[in-house]
Write a protein that binds this ligand. Structure first.
Ligand code: HGY
Ligand code: MN
Ligand code: MN
Ligand code: MN
Length: 406
C-alpha cells in the first residue's frame, strides 16, 4: 500500500501552511486543488464521480445490482489551521486504497460502494462543523445555510458558487434509503488505542457537540485614566468566562465532558486601551446529552452572572447543539469479526471527537473504524499514525465492505 502513503504525503502539501503542518480551509485554492487531486485518483480507478451543490463529492464503484442501496464510506480532507495530515484524509484516501485492494482480490460487489468526500467537516470557515453531512442528513435547512457567513462577511452561498459548486442546495439532502450502511475510517485523535496497545477501535457512539458564540461589550477607555473601580472591561469578563468553561467541564460527573474556548478575541487590541469588546467561540461536549445540556445551561447562567457583576452587555448564539450518535450494533459486531479474522486486536469505544458519521447515523446504520494516534495527538502538525496502523485500518474497512455486501 506504498501508493497510499505517497498520496497522503502529496495531499499534505495542498496547504496554506508549511509542511508538516496542514491548513486546508473550505473553498480556498488549496482545498479546491486537493479535491481535484482526489477526483483524478477516483477517475484512475474508473469510479463514477458526482459533486453536489455544496461540494460533497461522491465516487461510486458500480455494483452488479446497481438498484440496491449502496454501501457508503468516506470522511473529509479539510484541515483546521496548523493541524496534521491524517485527520479525515485517512478515511478518504484509505477508502480509495480499500477499493483498490478489493479490486486486486477480484471482489465484485453486488451493492455499489460509494466513497464520499464530505465538504467542510471542520468549523473553521463558517463556524459550524460537518456542514456537508448536516445538509445531507437534513439537519441543516436551506434557510439556515443561506444565513451562514465567514469572518470576512462572505455568505456561504456566494462563496460556494464562486468556488464552482453550482446547483440547488435543496438537492444536497439524501433520502433515508440512499445507503444500506455507512462506515468511516478515521484516526482516534486520542490516546486510548495506543495506551492499550490495540490495533483497531470500533465506535459504538459519537459525542454530542455544541458550539457557542459569545459577544461581550464593555466601555473600554484609557488604560491610565480610567481607575479600576469604574471599569467595564470586556476582556476580563471574557477571561472569567473562559475559566468558567474549564471549571464547569471539570466539575461534571462525567469524564467525557469537555469544554474549550478555542477563539478569544478582544478589541481594540491596544496595550493602553481597556478592552471594549470580546468575542469567544466555545466548544462544549459530552457523550451523554443530558450531561452536555446541563453543562451548557450552567455556562449560560455563569455568563449572565459574570456580565451582570461587571456591567457588560452580552449576547450568546448557539451555533450547533447536536445529539450524540449511537452506532449500529450489527455493524460493530461485523467489524469485530473482521478484526478477529485478520488477527488484529480491537476494542469497542466511544468517539470523543465528532465526525460526519454523527450525521450519517441520523439516516443510515453507521459506525466508524479507528486507528491509533501517536501520543493521542491530533489537530497539531505532529499528528501521526504509522503506515502499518493505517494499513490495518484500510484492510479492516475493505473486508467489512465485502462482508456487508449482502
Ligand atoms: O472537532 C472535532 O471533533 C472534529 O475533529 N472536527
Ligand atoms: Mn478534525
Ligand atoms: Mn476528522
Ligand atoms: Mn471529525
Amino acid at each position: 500500500m506504498q501508493r497510499l502513503h505517497e498520496e497522503l504525503d502529496k495531499l499534505a502539501r495542498f496547504s496554506s501552511s508549511e509542511y508538516p503542518s496542514v491548513t486546508r480551509v473550505l473553498y480556498t485554492q488549496n482545498d479546491l486543488e486537493a479535491r481535484q487531486y482526489f477526483i483524478s485518483l477516483c477517475e484512475d480507478l474508473n469510479l463514477k464521480v458526482r459533486i453536489d451543490p455544496i461540494g460533497n463529492t461522491y465516487a461510486r464503484w458500480e455494483g452488479a445490482e446497481p438498484k440496491l442501496a449502496a454501501i457508503g464510506t468516506g470522511s473529509h480532507i479539510d484541515a483546521i489551521p496548523l493541524s496534521g495530515q491524517y485527520d479525515g484524509t485517512v478515511g478518504v484516501f484509505g477508502a480509495l486504497e480499500a477499493i483498490r485492494y478489493l479490486k486486486s482480490i477480484n471482489f465484485k460487489p453486488k451493492r455499489s460502494i460509494e466513497l464520499v468526500l464530505f465538504t467542510a467537516e471542520e468549523p473553521t470557515r463558517f463556524a459550524i462543523g460537518c456542514l456537508g453531512s448536516r445538509m445531507m442528513s437534513g439537519q441543516l435547512k436551506l434557510e439556515q445555510a443561506l444565513k451562514l457567513k465567514d469572518k470576512e462577511g462572505n455568505f456561504l452561498n456566494d462563496v460556494r458558487i464562486e468556488a464552482g459548486f453550482k446547483g440547488d442546495l435543496n438537492e444536497v439532502e439524501l433520502s433515508k434509503d440512499y445507503y444500506h450502511a455507512f462506515i468511516e475510517l478515521h484516526i482516534e485523535q486520542g490516546p486510548r488505542l495506543e495506551k492499550e496497545g490495540l490495533d483497531i477501535g470500533i465506535v459504538s457512539k459519537i459525542a454530542a457537540p455544541s458550539t457557542l458564540r459569545v459577544n461581550l461589550i464593555g466601555e473600554g477607555g484609557h488604560a491610565g485614566a480610567v481607575l479600576m473601580p469604574i471599569r467595564k472591561d470586556a476582556g476580563i469578563a471574557g477571561a472569567e468566562i473562559m475559566i468558567a468553561v474549564e471549571r464547569i467541564a471539570k466539575k461534571s460527573n462525567s469524564d467525557d465532558t469537555v469544554g474549550t474556548t478555542g477563539i478569544f478575541d478582544i478589541l481594540p487590541r491596544a496595550v493602553n486601551s481597556i478592552p471594549k469588546e470580546a468575542y469567544l467561540e466555545i466548544d462544549l461536549r459530552d457523550t451523554n446529552i443530558e450531561t452536555r445540556d446541563k453543562a451548557l445551561s450552567d455556562l449560560k447562567q455563569e455568563i449572565a452572572e459574570i456580565c451582570e457583576k461587571r456591567n457588560i452587555k452580552y449576547s450568546i448564539e448557539i451555533l450547533n447543539c447536536d445529539p450524540p450518535a449511537i452506532c449500529d450494533s450489527q455493524l460493530v459486531n461485523t467489524i469485530e469479526k473482521v478484526t478477529n479474522s485478520l488477527g488484529y486486536s480491537s476494542k469497542i469505544m466511544a468517539s470523543h471527537a465528532y465526525h460526519d458519521s454523527l450525521f450519517m447515523a441520523q439516516l443510515f446504520p453507521t459506525t466508524m473504524i479507528f486507528i491509533p494516534s501517536k501520543d493521542g495527538v491530533s489537530h497539531r502538525p505532529d499528528e501521526y499514525s504509522s503506515p502499518e496502523q493505517i494499513e490495518k485500518g484500510v484492510k479492516t474497512l475493505a473486508l467489512t465492505l465485502k462482508e456487508i455486501d449482502g
